[in-house]
Design a protein around this ligand. Sequence first.
Ligand code: HEM
Length: 362
Amino acid sequence: MTETVTVGIPKPVHYSPDLESLQPDERETENGLNDAFNTILERTSGDYGHAVRSVHAKAHGILKGVMSVRGDLPQELAQGLFEHSKDHPVYLRISTNAGDILPDAVSLPRGLAIKVLDVDGNRLPDAEGRNQDFIMVNGPVFQSKTAKQFLGNLKMLAKTTDRMEGTKTVMSSVLQTVNDTLEAVGVASPKIQSLGGAPNVNPLGETYFSVTPFRYGEYVAKFRLKPVSQDLTALTGKKIDVSVSEDAIRETIQAEMQTVDAAWEFQVQLCRDIDRQPIEDPTVEWSEEEAPFVTVATIRAGPQDSWSADKVQRVDEEMRFSVWTGLSAHRPLGNINRARKAAYQHSSDFRQNFNRCPIHEP
Ligand code: HEM
């Protein structure tokens, strides 16, 4: 196997369990998160008569595709799922991050969940099935440094769930104008975007980031999914007219996916300096100059019905995506990732019980 040529760039940091530093009150925070999620889940399921995800409740599209792992990867990139060149079926779920189903005029960060099927190797604790999930959003950083800080924000959010829909819509359009103005002077704010000021652009053209780090076999990495086919890059930054319908994004994607040939590169950013690319703080962006992204696989999804009843039932209703569903070789790292294990399980258990619909790995 060849070595990666990264002139002037330090060698990747070797994975070891002591790269993580556990806090004494993590269990207490996890319980607090589940209490706050219960407030959201009980309110939304009561209102809709149906349980939805406690975050990223609204899906805009569900795609089926194929991930092709590259065959020419050097040793440091041929790790875990990416050790062997292979084609894997994948499901993709595109979402917006609120825990309630809001009109698309409320513009919040977007999510992209990926389920890679038929993956062999030692599994993470409690990980069912043979799949590897990757969960991403369309920005490189998380707004909270720790799960405890996230809990503080979540408690506030839980109080406004499913209330003041009109106010949220108006606030969002005001914040979008504020954000556009900030962007014009080069200082777009993730905080404002997380409150509804994100530009209402087509999710098919966006680049998605894991935000938090993961074990990458012998090393440590963050992940990114970047649109590369011309059909997708033509949609990058293209605004959707959300005044025509509450579900304008879903309808636009459904119309476009009749003909769009979608291809993304799945990229890996190896940690090369534990101080400059920290494990425990996802508010810090890992600089691309110091830790470049490298493509390890391609995901393709051909023209299809992105909102077919069958896919909605199978993916939106009967599946859970969690960073803890996967290989030990891709163990989620850091305080935020540790807190996600119980939270994702709790939210999907609630959906399973309320909807009397078993959730399972395909
Ligand atoms: C302490 C931090 C976090 C907590 C407690 C949390 C909690 C949750 C929960 C409970 C769900 C719904 C699970 C379900 O019902 O199936 C969810 C979904 C999701 N989360 Fe997080 N999350 C956290 C951090 C993050 C981060 C850092 C990202 C950035 C990549 C992220 C992106 C997403 C996405 C995209 C989904 C939707 C997954 C799907 O389509 O099913 N979350 N989160």
